[in-house]
Write a protein that binds this ligand. Structure first.
Ligand SMILES: Nc1ncnc2c1ncn2[C@@H]1O[C@H](COP(=O)(O)OP(=O)(O)OP(=O)(O)O)[C@@H](O)[C@H]1O
Length: 266
């Protein structure tokens, strides 16, 4: 019975999963930050991770492209697949994985290089382009897809770091897109941006939906409601409830979810 409830709680309804996590546990040294989390994410729906500060949203997000490998004390248990393939298998090429499962961080972090180079760097090292003309095509396509082309097409050789914060974040999204990812992970991508830049990123997320599986961590419930079709509520390292975003916000099944979305704690 518990297993059945758990399944209902964590299965995204009626869509083929792109990534699956089963009984994922994450430890920092002795401290357990994630407790037996199982969840599916798919291409058709943007998935939002919400929950109070320190509940493990970022930690869990980082398990999806093995970003926690870079933290010496972190240990991940359980199973995570991408198209059915175990991403923690010893044979998995982590550099390749992080191209397939791209990541956008809280603070825009363009390379201290030109706008063009920010986009061209990844495709070049991944061997996606051999001639300059191919790279030019990828740069334009990626910047268009990131909603930035019109603003930067006349200054592609200016530094990426000279752009506004919102433009820098769209550049980082373009950089992730350039290496043809299947999944894009976003860790509070708007928290350093003003409302107008935030609205542009949210619009962009709508446009990218369906082409990539998108997972976004946000501490902003209105943002989760605006951009996602699936919401996962985390609390104290547990996935408390996962479902259709409008259900989570209007008809949560778990008491803890209800308390959080009504602002009783957070
Ligand atoms: N590198 C680390 N080393 C040790 N503990 C960590 C590390 N990163 C996170 N933690 C701990 O793991 C728990 C989950 O943190 P995490 O950052 O994943 O939560 P979060 O929900 O994303 O929080 P926030 O909304 O504040 O970013 C916290 O108790 C945090 O202190």
């Amino acid at each position: 019975m518990t297993a059945m409830i758990h399944e209902q709680q964590t299965r995204a309804p009626a869509a083929e999963p792109k990534m699956t996590a089963r009984d994922v546990r994450v430890f920092y040294g002795e401290k357990q930050a994630i407790k037996d989390v199982s969840i599916d994410v798919d291409m058709d729906n943007v998935t939002a991770f919400i929950g109070p500060s320190g509940c493990g949203k970022s930690t869990f997000l980082r398990t999806l492209n093995r970003m926690n490998d870079t933290v010496a004390s972190a240990r991940v248990e359980g199973a995570i697949t991408l198209d059915g393939e175990d991403i923690y298998a010893p044979s998995m090429d982590v550099v390749q994985l992080r191209a397939r499962v791209g990541m956008v961080f809280q603070k825009p972090n363009p390379f201290p290089k030109s706008i063009y180079e920010n986009i061209a760097y990844g495709p070049r090292i991944h061997g996606l382009a051999h001639a300059k003309a191919d790279l030019d095509v990828i740069v334009e396509k990626s910047l268009r897809r990131a909603g930035l082309w019109d603003e930067v097409k006349d200054r592609l050789h200016d530094s990426g770091t000279a752009l506004s914060g919102g433009q820098q974040q769209r550049l980082c999204i373009g950089r992730a897109i350039a290496v043809e990812p299947e999944v894009i992970l976003m860790d509070e991508p708007c928290s350093a941006l003003d409302p107008i830049a935030t609205a542009k990123i949210e619009e962009l997320i709508h446009e990218l939906r369906g082409r990539y599986a998108i997972v976004i961590v946000t501490h902003n419930m209105q943002q989760a409601a605006r951009v996602s079709q699936r919401t996962a509520f985390f609390h104290l390292g547990e996935l408390v409830e996962y479902g259709v975003t409008s259900d989570i916000f209007t008809n949560p099944k778990q008491e803890r979810t209800k308390d959080y979305i009504t602002g009783r704690y957070g």
